[in-house]
Ligand binder design. Structure first.
Ligand code: GCU
Length: 615
């Protein structure tokens, strides 16, 4: 039996690799418990009561020294990991029957067949290299273990931007897809694939029109082949009519017509059609002040509510733009009560520091969840942050986001701090004070990053294309619809009824909350309102002073984070990695602080009230 070379972040007590021959969750559960229980609670025995059902649910009961887990597949594995992790963290075991809040707890990998990862910051793809499947089965099982330990159950393995030869996943690569699916099956992880809407056109069919009979027949026949190879494939993920991807608009069809055609092909096999709502005009003229990009998803989809097949899931990004540091919750999530929706987050830190800067997301997800309301959405998805790097997530602390996402998807009501603390506690054996210091550092990291990057809800001041570092006007005169409209006197866009009208897409309570600059929370003021630099905030500071203060504070807080980090008793490899990245974060924070302050000083001409240096 081989032994893993690297401690797996939050599962340090599992050091032996899972053998290839296991084909059920119960077998893996037994293997894991066998190697862990001696280390975690040698005085206790574990009994598995495996029910002959497919279910995520589990219960753990204690009778004397025996802990009994009762569950079907894959719930038995979820129960086993919950038991081990709670013992390892010194937490009470979960009481009563445990059920996940979301049935589909999805990961979307943006991996390309050539081995690159779109917006990937942890090395190359774990699945592909050189235009073909290329993976280490041992690592696949390690990843399966990580995902199952936090209850994630669907993984879409390829980029939503499907480029040749990734389109072969549902054609000539089906045997390899089936092999990979078999590796993940005992972990309760079903695979999903992103498909190219125009695929029939590479098979002599002159169109991809969803109402065309030949097109429909091609997809039906293709779905049958796919499910013959992988009978439990979770389904297809589709990015259509978005950022130059093909889609039904080309044929004058709407997205219900477009999605339903594929959904009907998948339905006989129990497959889901996950259709992304990230659709907007990416060829906007910056001079055009009427078009407001955040309005796009609602405009394209809300009117179609009730028209989708019952195996369609519309996947909606958490905010109306695109994973910015701070956005209000997407209004589309409230507008489609008759449609199955999935909310989409991005663990990959595209706009949030690229796994160089520390940005722990659990507090952000909870805010979104609280705004969204408990019963709005049935499924959850997140763009992954893992890759071929030895520690999977590049920055060792970025693992807290993968871990946290799983826990959140299982129970979004958990306090974010409990999630983060659990990760810290499991990952690092440290004294209480150090643990507290790391939890505080992670919990505050998003607010700090926000302070030095995004002034009060204005996003998009990032460098174009790669999206790391500041460039306040980098997107201002481009076609992407992402503007701040800073001028001599004011900044921001009025998105209320008197402006673009975006606010009117929300239910009444949000209209009240965001409707006036006074009622709107500070962190979103410039998302909803255009304000003069001398606008006086509730605490008496002017808007411009608040912008300066936030940026200086963000830099100072980053310096404090660096000091905390230096003092933490982390394992050597993680410490070296974290410190090296922190050096880069400090440079980044300073660039942001000075460039954004300089930018607004240049427009407003207003001096900093505290006489700090503005270049
Ligand atoms: C962002 C990101 C793209 C990605 C897109 C998407 O725009 O920059 O790389 O393809 O989101 O979500 O589809």
């Amino acid at each position: 039996m081989t032994t893993t070379t690297k401690r797996l972040s939050w599962l340090p007590f599992l050091t032996e690799d899972i053998p290839a021959e296991y084909t059920s969750s119960a077998q893996i559960a037994r293997f894991e418990l066998n190697q862990a229980m001696n280390k975690l609670a040698a005085d206790k025995k574990v009994e598995l009561n495996v029910l002959p059902v497919q279910s995520d649910d589990y219960t753990i009961e204690q009778q004397g020294d025996t802990l009994c887990i009762t569950a079907g597949e894959p719930g038995i594995l979820y129960g086993a990991y919950a038991l081990m992790m709670n013992l390892a963290a010194g937490r009470p075991l979960p009481e009563g029957s445990q059920q996940p809040r979301y049935a589909l707890r999805m990961l979307n990998c943006w991996d390309n067949a050539d081995g690159s990862i779109e917006r990937g910051y942890s090395g190359r793809s774990l699945f592909f290299e050189g235009g073909k499947f290329d993976y280490d089965p041992k690592r696949m099982r390690q990843l399966g273990r990580l995902l199952a330990s936090v209850g994630l159950n669907v993984m879409c393995i390829n980029n939503v931007n499907v480029r040749y030869p990734a389109d072969q996943l549902i054609e000539s690569w089906l045997p390899e897809l089936a092999e990979l699916a078999a590796i993940y099956r005992p972990f309760g992880v079903k695979l999903m694939v992103s498909i190219d809407y125009s695929a029939p056109m590479r098979h002599g069919i002159p169109t991809a029109d969803p109402l065309d009979e030949q097109v429909q027949a091609w997809w039906k026949q293709q779905a049958a082949k796919v499910y013959e190879a992988v009978p439990d494939l979770a389904g297809f993920l589709v990015k259509a009519d978005s950022e130059h991807r093909p889609g039904p608009f080309t044929y004058g069809r709407n997205h219900a017509e477009g999605a339903n055609m594929l959904a009907r092909a998948l339905k006989p096999f129990g497959g889901k059609l996950v259709w992304r709502c990230f659709v907007y005009n990416c060829q906007q003229d910056w001079r055009d002040r009427k078009t407001d990009r955040p309005m796009a998803a609602y405009e394209h989809y809300a009117y179609l509510d009730g028209q989708f097949e019952d195996n369609v899931i519309l996947q909606v990004k958490n905010g109306p733009f695109d994973f910015q540091v701070r956005e209000p919750v997407s209004p589309l999530l409230f507008a489609m009560p008759k449609t199955d929706l999935a909310i989409e987050f991005q663990l990959a830190q595209e706009y949030t520091g690229q796994q160089i800067d520390i940005f722990t997301m659990a507090p952000m997800w909870k805010e979104v969840y609280d705004d969204m309301g408990a019963d709005k959405v049935m499924s959850i998805a997140a763009v992954t942050n893992f890759g071929r790097d030895e520690n999977y997530t590049g920055h060792p602390f970025a693992a807290a986001n993968l871990f946290g996402y799983g826990l959140f998807a299982w129970n979004p009501e958990l306090p974010p701090e409990a999630i983060v603390r659990m990760w810290v506690c499991l990952t690092y054996a440290m004294d209480q004070l150090s643990q507290d210091a790391l939890v505080d550092l992670l919990m505050g990291s998003r607010r700090t990053y926000e302070k030095y990057t995004a002034p009060l809800g204005l996003g998009w001041m990032v460098s174009p294309n790669h999206h790391y570092g500041p460039s306040p006007s980098g997107y201002e005169y481009q076609a992407w619809g992402t503007y701040h409209k800073a001028s001599r006197d004011a900044v921001g866009i009025d998105r209320t009824a008197s402006g673009t009208g975006y606010l009117m897409q929300y239910p009444e309570r949000f209209q009240q909350l965001y409707g006036t600059p006074e009622s709107c929370p500070d962190v979103l003021k410039l998302f909803f309102h255009r304000l003069r630099y001398d606008y006086v905030m509730a605490d008496g500071r002017t808007l411009i002073q608040r912008i300066y203060d936030d940026h200086f504070e963000g830099l100072e807080e980053t310096r404090a984070m660096a000091e905390t980090l230096k003092a933490l008793p982390l394992p050597e490899a993680d410490k070296a990695e974290a410190l090296e990245r922190m050096e880069r974060q400090l440079v980044n924070a300073r660039e942001w602080c000075d460039i954004i302050n300089n930018f607004f000083y240049g427009y407003s001409g207003v001096e900093d009230a505290h006489g700090r240096k503005i270049y």
